[in-house]
Design a protein around this ligand. Structure first.
Ligand SMILES: CC(=O)N[C@@H]([C@@H](O)[C@H](O)[C@H](O)CO)[C@@H](O)CC(=O)C(=O)O
Length: 305
């Protein structure tokens, strides 16, 4: 999500750079799938009308350029979630994703499914993804448990966006659904290689905004069974970047440095990355020759916007 650069205000969204952002992802990073209004995009910090407008911009500006625009429509209010789901269908999005409501919480799998089912029903023609991110929602229901029989309740269920480090749970999700054509999209970028081994079919993450090209090279090495090259990418780039800091504010600062597109500060309660962080990041990026990209490769990666 791009904001204007005035940290003393609410952090208004700078819609005008979304077209440029699409072009950057496609041409410079080889990323043609986007996940809009999720964690990195601070979707839960936006008003409903802002979320609608951001979704519209990505769908419009991405037309004939992006392969898939999936809109995160999760909200604490079922009605708001349904409104956003319906809106995503109306504007021609390719899918919707939903996190578990995290204030008044579903206390077991069936209750959570009941909530998800009602949201999915508001957009009955759109593929539906469950966005599993327990560290942020506090909902610890295992994804493997949730997936058991989910298509009977949610016929549009298409896959899982798994943003958790529990690779046992992830592996069981894959293993127990081998007969189904689900997408298993992994969301902990620094563990992607391990998740590929467990059967991930794609990845959604913040770092693909600026490491898409490098990650595509890792995916290619993995497909070629060139594991030492793949491991080299994973350790040199993703683990290295985790030392820089992977918070939403830091991602925006790094994205601005690498892409040249002003991402602006995040909205309160998040704080802008410190000057010290940005200077340090810039020096490291320069030493890695990371401040320019040229060629591209198209893979099953999604950037979070
Ligand atoms: C908690 C968090 O922000 N997780 C990120 C990761 O991409 C994360 O930034 C990365 O693995 C670095 O830790 C994504 O899973 C979030 C994401 O996909 C989104 O923005 O919706």
């Amino acid at each position: 999500m791009a904001h204007t650069c005035n940290p003393s205000t609410l952090g208004e969204i700078n819609f005008s750079v979304i077209g440029q952002y699409v072009d950057y992802l496609v041409k410079e990073q080889g990323v043609k799938n986007v996940f809009v209004n999720g964690t990195t995009g601070e979707g839960l910090s936006l008003s409903i009308s802002e979320r609608r407008r951001v979704a519209e911009e990505w769908v419009t500006k991405g037309r004939n350029k992006l392969d898939q625009v999936v809109i995160h429509v999760g909200a604490l209010s079922l009605k708001e979630s349904q409104e956003l789901a319906q809106h995503a269908a109306e504007i021609g999005a390719d899918g919707i994703a939903v996190i578990a409501p995290f204030f008044l919480k579903p206390w077991n799998k069936d209750v959570l499914i009941n909530f998800l089912k009602e949201v999915a029903a508001a957009a009955p023609a759109l593929p539906f993804y469950y966005y599993h991110i327990p560290a942020l929602t506090g909902i610890k229901i295992r994804a493997e448990e949730l997936l058991d029989g989910i298509q009977d309740k949610i016929p549009t269920f298409q896959g899982l966006k798994f943003s958790d480090t529990d690779l046992l749970d992830f592996g069981q999700c894959v293993d127990q659904n081998r007969q189904r054509q689900f997408a298993f999209l992994f969301g902990v970028d620094e563990q992607l290689l391990s998740a590929l081994v467990m059967g991930a079919t794609g990845a959604v993450g913040s770092t693909y905004n600026y490491l898409g090209k490098k990650t595509n090279q890792m995916l290619e090495a993995f497909e070629q069974k060139d594991f030492s090259v793949a491991l080299n990418y994973q350790s040199h780039f993703l683990i290295y970047f985790s030392c820089l800091g992977f918070g939403v504010s830091q991602t925006k600062a790094i994205m601005t440095l690498v892409s040249g597109i002003p991402m602006g500060p995040p909205r309160l309660p998040l704080q802008k990355a410190s000057r010290e962080f940005t200077d340090n990041a810039e020096a490291k990026l320069k030493s890695l020759n990371f401040l320019s990209f040229t060629s591209l490769k198209d893979r099953n990666l999604e950037a979070c916007s």
